[in-house]
Design a protein around this ligand. Structure first.
Ligand code: ATP
Ligand code: MG
Length: 363
């Protein structure tokens, strides 16, 4: 039988989605969805994972589930082609995580570089919630429950995928070929692997407040672009400017296309010419920012407009999610049946076992 091609990926409902999510994963998902090359596509809102570091703030998670769903629809995820669901509504995922926990050591989890950074970011120090610490295991359950072969995600997810593959290999080695090893699908554009925030410091992240959101109004986008970090030594227009760490140019690397120059900045033929002028001196930040604003508005306006349409019928969005959860549950539950069988904990379906035991005790 030909191996099915299955996509699974998701986002934490800790805020609205931003342009980092868009270039890191979301845009690619829509392209893959429309390519027709995948047999199944599962996209999920990771509310249970969001609760691992927001346990005292369930309202925040609850409010953002619908925000993320609206962001998905407005970017072009189509529920007739992709199953969109909410993680907590699939209890099978908890059961899988519970078994996988026996396949991973504490020291292995402690070595995960993304979790290490995230623990520091959240100032957990010694009071790390166990659920947060073990979220890579839960993520392995999310991926394997759907037998995902492909996970489109940003670079910060690489250690999670490595962990998932280790679990799959160990499970299959002990219990026989059951689970499927997933591959990460990283953005092809280098700067999109980990888009920096508007402050130029860390990656753009909902938790850091350095974002341009997909649902920001045109004015908000313009304001955020105008206050963006550039080159702090580029004080006067005539000064030479640096490109390294200059977030405005990083965003242009991520978003600008050759045709944007003809439309918004005809003095230059391409990004290379603009960069060279900036480095030579004589090009002010404001001019570059104005260009970036035009480029971003062109990409974000259709998304913003579609969102407004979906916002008009919120009950329909919840209905779509409910249907997605039902569909996702069917698949997760079929995988769980296989896992239980492989682990020999399917006592009541195993007629041979019952017959064998009856014989053993009544010889
Ligand atoms: P949180 O701060 O709550 O962790 P987040 O902004 O990091 O939120 P996630 O929901 O953790 O967002 O990430 C969802 C997906 O988006 C993942 O595939 C992740 O790799 C990708 N992603 C998030 N931020 C960026 C970024 N700045 N650049 C590229 N990809 C990103
Ligand atoms: Mg994150």
């Amino acid at each position: 039988m030909k191996k099915e091609k299955v996509i699974l990926t998701g986002d934490r409902p800790t805020g609205r989605l931003h342009i980092g999510h868009y270039v890191g994963s979301l845009k690619r998902r829509v392209e893959l969805q429309n390519s027709g090359q995948y047999d199944k596509i599962f996209i999920f809102i990771a509310d249970a994972q969001a609760l691992t570091d927001n346990i005292e703030n369930p309202e925040k998670v609850r409010q953002n589930v619908i925000e993320v769903a609206l962001d998905y629809l407005s970017c072009g995820l189509d529920p007739t082609k992709s199953t969109i669901f909410i993680q907590s509504q699939i209890p099978e995922l908890c059961e899988l995580s519970f078994y996988y926990m026996d396949l991973v050591s504490v020291s292995r989890l402690q070595r995960n570089p993304t979790v290490k950074t995230e623990i520091q970011m959240r100032n957990f120090e010694s009071s790390i919630p166990v659920g947060f610490f073990t979220y890579p295991i839960s993520q392995a359950a999310d991926i394997t429950a759907f037998k995902a072969t492909t996970v489109p995600a940003g670079e910060d997810q690489e250690p999670m995928l490595e962990q998932a593959r280790e679990i799959v290999r160990r499970f299959n080695y002990i219990y026989g070929e059951t689970l499927v090893e997933p591959e990460i699908l990283l953005p092809t554009n280098q700067v999109c692997l980990r888009l920096p925030g508007t402050d130029g410091k860390a990656k753009m992240s909902k938790s850091l407040g350095n974002c341009i959101y997909l649902s920001d109004s045109a004015d908000e986008v313009e304001k955020r672009v105008k206050s963006m970090f550039t080159d702090p030594t580029h004080l006067r227009v005539q000064d030479p400017g640096k490109l390294e760490g200059n977030t405005v140019f990083t965003y242009l690397d991520a978003f600008s296309k050759p045709e944007h120059f003809g439309l918004y900045l005809p003095e230059y033929n391409n990004l290379q010419e603009l960069k060279e002028h900036y480095q030579r001196g004589g090009l002010g930040d404001m001019k570059v920012k104005k260009f970036l604003n035009s480029v971003l508005q062109e990409e974000l306006e259709p998304i913003r407009n579609r969102r407004k349409e979906f916002e008009k019928d919120i009950p329909a969005v919840y209905d779509m999610l409910k249907t997605g959860c039902e569909k996702a549950r069917e698949t997760a539950s079929a995988t769980l049946d296989e896992v239980r069988r492989a682990m020999k904990i399917n006592y009541f379906d195993d007629m041979d076992l019952i017959a064998e035991q009856a014989k053993r005790f009544n010889q």
